[in-house]
Design a protein around this ligand. Structure first.
Ligand code: BTN
Length: 241
């Protein structure tokens, strides 16, 4: 795989035709041999056989169907979940620059017209963080999903990965230099969840309500503060749901 543009956007870049999980590989490698894996290292793959999704779900990435990539963050600043949000925001920026009106379903699913094009999984380890992203290049057999090819965008791996990484570095620098305030307005403006009625599945149960805000910790504020949710799966409800 020719990744000439992506290589310049990463401190280290390793590509595998096939791997279990880019997240698991990077976590293991970064822990075992820190000097070999500097901050900003990227592991990517054409196929994952044991891809991991949020909430202990499996994540399918058959050969050639998706871009699977993980980024290493050494010494993250602030709460770890911000880095997943920043990578998702980077993809939204990149897709919007290519003319597609992508947005974010809380906390970090990238969607186009209620269909998911990408999911992210952040995993913390001893002193570092790995953020993985799966981006559908070709159609996948998952309900309510969409791919770059269906959206008429380039499925070129290097093109998409290099743009994603470049946007991510900009957002990360803004966040690390100036704090959450530097990205909060943009996060709120691209949120597809803000202003919607949602059903939230949390560890404590299921609740429903109108999303009135995203606070400065990235949490979902429901019914003007009646509930504040920091983790969970959400469903966007339509008028009569
Ligand atoms: C989700 O459930 O929406 C998150 C999916 C995250 C998948 C990516 S693909 C690259 C990286 N490696 C993994 O095993 N998972 C993440």
């Amino acid at each position: 795989m020719d990744l000439k543009f992506s290589i310049v956007a990463a401190s280290k870049l390793v590509y595998f035709e096939k791997i279990g999980s880019t997240n698991s590989f990077l976590i293991e490698s970064a822990a075992k041999n820190p000097p070999e894996w500097p901050d900003g290292s990227v592991v990517c793959a054409g196929e994952q056989t044991a891809g991991r999704g949020r909430n202990d779900r499996a994540w399918e990435s058959p050969a050639g169907s998706s871009l699977s990539s993980s980024v290493l963050i050494r010494e993250p600043i602030g709460a770890a979940h911000w880095y997943g949000i920043l990578l998702a925001m980077a993809l939204v920026r990149s897709m919007r620059n290519q003319g597609v009106n992508a947005g974010l379903k809380w906390p970090n699913d990238v969607m186009v017209e209620e269909r998911k094009v990408s999911g992210l999984l952040g995993q913390s380890a001893e002193g570092f963080l790995v953020i993985g992203i799966g981006l559908n290049l070709e159609p996948v057999e998952i309900a309510d999903s969409v791919s770059l090819s269906e959206l008429g965008l380039s499925q070129d791996y290097d093109f998409q990965l290099s743009r994603l990484l470049t946007e991510f570095h900009q957002l990360r620098a803004a966040y690390e230099n100036a704090g959450v305030a530097a990205v909060l307005d943009e996060l709120r403006s691209i949120s597809l969840t803000l202003g919607r009625r949602v059903r939230v599945h949390t560890e404590d149960g299921v609740l429903e309500g109108f999303v009135s805000g995203i606070d400065d910790q990235g949490r979902l504020v429901i019914e003007e503060g009646k509930h504040v949710v920091s983790a969970g799966d959400i469903v966007h409800l339509r008028g009569v749901d």
